[in-house]
Design a protein around this ligand. Sequence first.
Ligand code: HGY
Ligand code: MN
Ligand code: MN
Length: 416
Amino acid sequence: MAAPGENLRINGDRLWSSIHEMAEIGPGVAGGNNRQTVTDEDGEGRRLFQKWCEEAGMTMGVDQMGTMFARREGTDPDALPVYVGSHLDTQPTGGRYDGVLGVLGGLELVRTLNDLGIKTKHPIVVTNWTNEEGTRFAPAMMASGVFVGVLDQEDVYSHTDAKGLKFGDELERIGWKGDEKVGDRKMHAFFELHIEQGPILEAEGKDIGVVTHGQGLRWIECTITGKESHTGSTPMPMRKNAGRGLAQVTELVHEIAMKYQPIAVGAIGHIDVYPNSRNVIPGKVVFTIDFRSPILESLTAMEKELYERAPGICEALGLTFEHKISGQFDPPEFDKNCVAAIRNAAERLGYSHRDIVSGAGHDACWINQVAPTAMVMCPCVDGLSHHEAESISKEWATAGAEVLLHAVLETAEIVE
Ligand code: HGY
Ligand code: MN
Ligand code: MN
């Protein structure tokens, strides 16, 4: 079977225009997006995506986690489909391209095949995974985690946001709780196009990242408990200030991650202080530690050192320390054949490329457990992401989508 010719390109202007039309839904306050999962804005973005898919002749399926599957028929209806996709939900101060590039890059792939009248043996399914970000409702990669069976659907339905609203109720409220049982779909392969969210490709002047591995992740939700009391009248020696525990554990997390350089990372991004009143000493703080490394041994060691040292730090301050895992996955290695299809595509199209480890987590990290999976990345300006100033060029988006197209065609088999 002949690989697609190097002249087979996508319509970069159309892709770029669709990305920016989607960006008008759930705008941020500084040019990015705030289209958090299962909000009304998410529902509006989903409807636009569904409209575009139906205009491209695809049929839409939605599962019980709200994940959207837009199917383009192949010549062999029994052949397992090749899936492409990512996520349309964003961080509260997110960019226009994180996730969106991968979903709309998949749509552009189908639009291009339609324009050129190209048929494939395997069907192609463009996917929007629900709640990849895990910011409004933990954990990240929630729907893809349920899809592969590492998360329990009824359990995640009960997860609540900062206002106490439940994920399952919100999914139903916006009208996107589908009928399909989650995880029944079988895949020939899965490809995800995503911005790098790091500085390497831009710094090295590379058009394409061929993602061979991802980082493993541990989200550790911690509760430090002291005693609320008056900030004015409580003598310093009598205080049990949970805020001091947070400060010292924050430094501990940084110190531990720095022991595993140059690739491990650690930080605390989510913090709730109780009662969060100007004149009350914090009686309790609840926060989430985000440890990551592509090396499982490092990840395990970082977690172990935290559990060994944090309780003693808190005890010395008259505080208690509790913890539980709120999200985790081990470092994924992507499918060598799918990775090769991406590398061959970049070569054939004349794009500069380099192998890369994904710093961020993606739905592909879970899907890799049930189907041959790989990712293609494009650079982003200054490596900035999860920030409203996240920026890519139309050329980078086009190159990424063209590599996606060629890798998918090589896998889905063009029918002459
Ligand atoms: O957390 C992550 O890495 C992803 O952006 N949700
Ligand atoms: Mn993403
Ligand atoms: Mn993200």
